[in-house]
Design a protein. Structure first.
Length: 80
């Protein structure tokens, strides 16, 4: 793996994983990415899908597509 991608990989995942792990380890789940998105969207636990906003559908769509792409691309070698 060349140095650029190794550096990118480490920087990208550490900038997410370190604060996320720290928030969970110190018992501050309100400081996680999920909590920030729920606050931004003003979602309440257990709300029906009819209460979702455009922003919620947008986040859900983007994260779902990213996950599917990552699994297909890196897991199965599709879209090479």
């Amino acid at each position: 793996m060349n140095r650029y991608w190794l550096t990118w990989f480490i920087a990208t995942f550490s900038t997410f994983l370190i604060p996320e792990a720290w928030a969970l380890a110190t018992g501050h789940a309100e400081r996680t990415l999920s909590a920030a998105i729920w606050r931004m969207e003003a979602l309440k636990a257990g709300e029906p899908i009819t209460a979702w906003t455009f922003l919620h559908f947008a986040f859900t769509s983007v994260f779902t597509l990213m996950t599917l792409w990552l699994i297909g691309h890196f897991g199965f070698g599709w879209w090479r």
